[in-house]
Design a protein around this ligand. Structure first.
Ligand code: RDL
Ligand code: RDL
Ligand code: RDL
Length: 153
């Protein structure tokens, strides 16, 4: 299987390098990487990874800033990523870490790394082990901060 990794120079954490480090734990995974300036450049980068570089799934790694205009930008980028998935019939795992989710730089770095690693595992499962996701259905999984857990215990 081949995983595409698309990340940005706007992000304050090297999320692409972290994704690749996690994906390399899976011997059967080949990787294609591309870096673009910001998250609105991710949809076409992902489309090219799928159509031209033949990736089975892509991780779109981005960091929306904390301002209102950044949130609008994130919503637009997300719409583009969803459109790209529908156009190509391939999953794109959107790994966005909003700068204002973290209380300081140290927590931001931790959150970006943790969410990226957990979604890298999700990407491999979606393609190679879909039954592993079904096993976790309804369990309140989150990426980064702790899981919410099931409502009925
Ligand atoms: O196509 C060039 C840029 O428009 C594009 O890279 C944008 O995604 C850059 N960008 C913004 O213009 C903005 O207002 C970004 C953010 N906010 C942001 O919060 N995070 C980004 N890019 O990754
Ligand atoms: O592609 C990987 C994720 O981006 C994707 O699974 C999202 O739907 C996950 N997600 C969020 O990123 C989020 O901010 C979800 C929620 N909120 C939510 O409220 N409910 C979800 N997913 O099912
Ligand atoms: O309920 C607390 C968080 O889960 C919630 O604030 C989410 O919206 C945070 N979040 C994002 O903002 C996002 O862009 C999450 C993801 N992506 C994600 O992929 N996985 C998450 N949260 O668990």
């Amino acid at each position: 299987m081949k995983v595409g990794v698309a990340d940005t120079t706007f992000s304050r954490v090297n999320m692409g390098a972290i994704a690749i480090d996690e994906l390399k734990k899976h011997a059967s995974v080949a990787i294609e990487r591309v870096t673009v300036p910001g998250m609105k450049d991710l949809p076409v980068a992902c489309k090219k990874l799928i159509e031209e570089r033949r990736c089975d799934i892509v991780m779109a790694l981005g960091m929306p800033g904390g301002k209102e205009k950044d949130k609008t930008c994130a919503h637009e980028a997300s719409q583009g990523l969803i459109m790209c998935q529908l156009m190509t019939n391939h999953h794109i795992i959107e790994v966005f870490v909003h700068e204002d989710e973290a209380k300081d730089d140290a927590e931001l770095a931790w959150l970006a790394e943790q969410r990226t690693r957990e979604h890298a595992v999700n990407a491999v499962k979606l393609v190679l082990h879909p039954e592993a996701l079904t096993k976790d259905a309804g369990t309140g999984q989150r990426q980064g901060f702790s899981d919410a857990g099931p409502a009925r215990r």
